[in-house]
Design a protein around this ligand. Structure first.
Ligand code: AMP
Length: 114
């Protein structure tokens, strides 16, 4: 069995964190090393390592995360301009192998993707 990630420890309460939102499927916390004035992580409770590891059975969960990202952006007053990022794999910058969505806002983004 693979080792628990830091996000599983946060979800299980082994590491304390301030949760901005939580429900039976996901939690939402502030990123410890923010890359924008608003930098939020939306993390499914289910420890799917990478987006590419999700399967058909995760369809509803993935939809839930997308809808919650929009709701949380609205709640934080940044729904006018935010960026949603999923890093998939070490070469794409993924460092924690427990699927998570970055919600970034509060800075000027360039028109391109990178
Ligand atoms: P990624 O590079 O896409 O895997 O993103 C992992 C993110 O988790 C990074 O932006 C880290 O700053 C963030 N992170 C790591 N540990 C913690 C923690 N204990 N609390 C909140 N965010 C964390």
């Amino acid at each position: 069995m693979s080792e628990e990630t830091i996000f599983t420890k946060i979800i299980n309460g082994e590491i304390s964190s301030e949760k901005l939102y939580e429900d039976d499927q996901c939690i939402c916390i502030r990123d410890i090393s923010p890359q924008a004035p608003t930098h939020i992580l939306l993390i499914p409770r289910k420890p799917i390592p990478r987006l590419a590891d999700a399967s058909e059975e995760d369809k509803a969960l993935l939809g839930h995360l997308m809808l919650k990202a929009g709701d949380i952006a609205k709640e934080l007053g940044v729904d006018d301009a935010f960026r949603l990022i999923i890093n998939n794999g070490a070469n794409a910058g993924q460092t924690v192998f427990h699927l998570h969505l970055h919600i970034l806002a509060g800075k000027a983004f360039s028109e391109g993707m990178v």
